[in-house]
Ligand binder design. Structure first.
Ligand code: FES
Length: 193
């Protein structure tokens, strides 16, 4: 288990400053990212999704616009939480930008990402919130606080109980924004520049 992984209580309550900051942003357009459909976004800010995007959990098959994410440097990553059942991870490696579901494939918790040199973690930013930019580390890059699963930067399972990789989804660039589509699976090697 990763030594920095928050326990279940920390995960639920959100003890980190990043969590508190994101929660204060709310869903009124102050966050650094938003869904492309404003009406849909507003509904999800106060409700749990019931979608079946990606054919697991309740991931909503929604497009998520991540403002300014096309300025991510190589090795940076962020997680955007649409609701308690829907989240997306967008990262940039030396081959380009890619997107993964940010929902654990075990029992559907929102994942966490590494801050800086991975001495701390950015946890669930709350509804309609984006984490600050984290670091895409080698080895275990994404963690699930619920039961301890760890995923590599490519979404592969490194530590269970999860047995399925994080699904890769399509992402496109619109100016400085990236738009990830949680309704469209992509090849794990899919990249855009
Ligand atoms: S929900 Fe992620 S490890 Fe169980």
């Amino acid at each position: 288990m990763h030594p920095l992984k928050p326990n279940r209580r920390q995960f639920v309550l959100g003890t980190g400053s990043a969590v508190a900051g994101a929660a204060l942003l709310g869903c009124s357009g102050q966050s650094t990212a938003q869904t492309t459909d404003a009406g849909f976004s507003a509904a999800l800010c106060t409700t749990r999704s019931t979608g079946h995007g990606l054919n697991y959990c309740l991931v909503e098959p929604v497009e998520v616009r991540l403002a300014d994410a096309a300025t991510l440097a190589v090795g940076q990553v962020l997680l955007f939480n649409v609701d308690d059942s829907t989240a997306v991870i967008v990262a940039r490696d030396d081959r380009g930008f890619y997107a993964l579901s940010g929902i654990c494939t075990h029992q559907c918790c929102v994942l966490t990402i590494c801050d800086g040199d991975c001495t701390s973690l950015f946890t669930n930013p709350g509804n309609c919130g984006a984490t600050p930019r984290g670091r895409l580390v080698n080895g275990a890059a994404f963690f699930c606080a619920c039961h301890g699963s760890e995923f590599g930067a490519d979404g592969s399972v490194l530590t269970g109980p999860a047995t399925e990789a994080l699904p890769a989804v399509t992402v496109r660039r619109e100016g400085n924004d990236l738009v990830a589509d949680l309704g469209k699976l992509a090849d794990p090697e899919f990249r855009i520049t």
